[in-house]
Ligand binder design. Structure first.
Ligand code: MN
Length: 251
């Protein structure tokens, strides 16, 4: 990512391939100069994502195997491993111990530990990680399998405690914040205390909504404004910090 990183927005976790028109969604993010990480939920989606983001300036694709799909798609781990050399960004990966997905938690752990090990072996990967109701397990696994000098983890839609956030920061993790997280008192209190040099923004579109439509990368300003509000800083200062963090992360 280039020098003008300091003058553009950042959506470090969204799913552009789940919008009705994937190519138009990429074109819109490019035109708006939003540094966008479009994640995949299955490695079967990787070839098309990779192809469409090969020549783009602002949009990058991530190779994923979503924990919520592990119950049906655990056998796609080999395909994920096959494509890993083509990917700098990895996600969506992680754990989901919520009631709907708890039954596959053992399989999720097996897959996530392999994902972390392969990333550690390869080096230089940037991961966007899901950790619903499983933050301490996710951090244990990162600590065990992915040394800080072998990869960078961005915790997407983090819902852990303040103590867990401190532990994550000590492990070198970043946090990508969306506007939806900022609707609860708990979310606002957490984001108010995260280290400012580890903050990124995201939309998680189309899984979040704004004015009754799916959120898009061009909506990341909402997250900036919400972060600025809880931290008593100007939106421009937060925007600058987020873009500087992205630059640091990618160095
Ligand atoms: Mn997501």
């Amino acid at each position: 990512m280039s020098d003008d990183v300091l003058s553009s927005g950042v959506d470090f976790h969204c799913h552009l391939d789940l919008y009705p028109d994937f190519e138009a969604a990429i074109a819109k993010a490019e035109a708006a100069r939003i540094y966008t990480l479009t994640v995949t939920t299955t490695p079967k989606a990787w070839p098309r994502n990779h192809e469409l983001t090969h020549g783009t300036r602002y949009v990058r694709a991530a190779l994923g195997l979503h924990p919520q799909l592990v119950a049906e798609r655990a056998d796609e781990l080999a395909l994920w491993e096959h494509h890993l050399p083509e990917a700098r960004y990895v996600g969506e990966v992680g754990l989901d111990a919520g009631p709907r997905f708890y039954k596959s938690l053992d399989a999720q752990k097996q897959i996530f530990s392999t994902v972390l090990e392969r990333c550690a072996e390869a080096g230089g990967k940037v991961l966007t990680v899901h950790s619903v109701r499983s933050v301490s397990m996710v951090l244990d696994m990162i600590e065990r399998h992915l040394p800080q000098d072998r990869g960078i983890v961005v915790l997407h839609w983090f819902t852990g405690t303040k103590v867990e956030a401190q532990r994550a920061a000590a492990l070198g993790c970043y946090f990508s914040i969306n506007a939806e997280m900022m609707r609860s008192d708990r979310g606002r209190a957490l984001v108010a205390e995260l280290p400012i040099n580890r903050l990124l923004t995201e939309t998680d579109g189309p899984f979040t909504q704004i004015d009754g439509r799916p959120t898009e990368p061009t909506d990341t300003r909402k997250a900036i404004d919400a972060i600025a509000c809880v931290r008593n800083l100007a939106a421009d200062a937060i925007g600058k910090a987020v873009r500087a963090n992205l630059q640091t992360l990618l160095r």
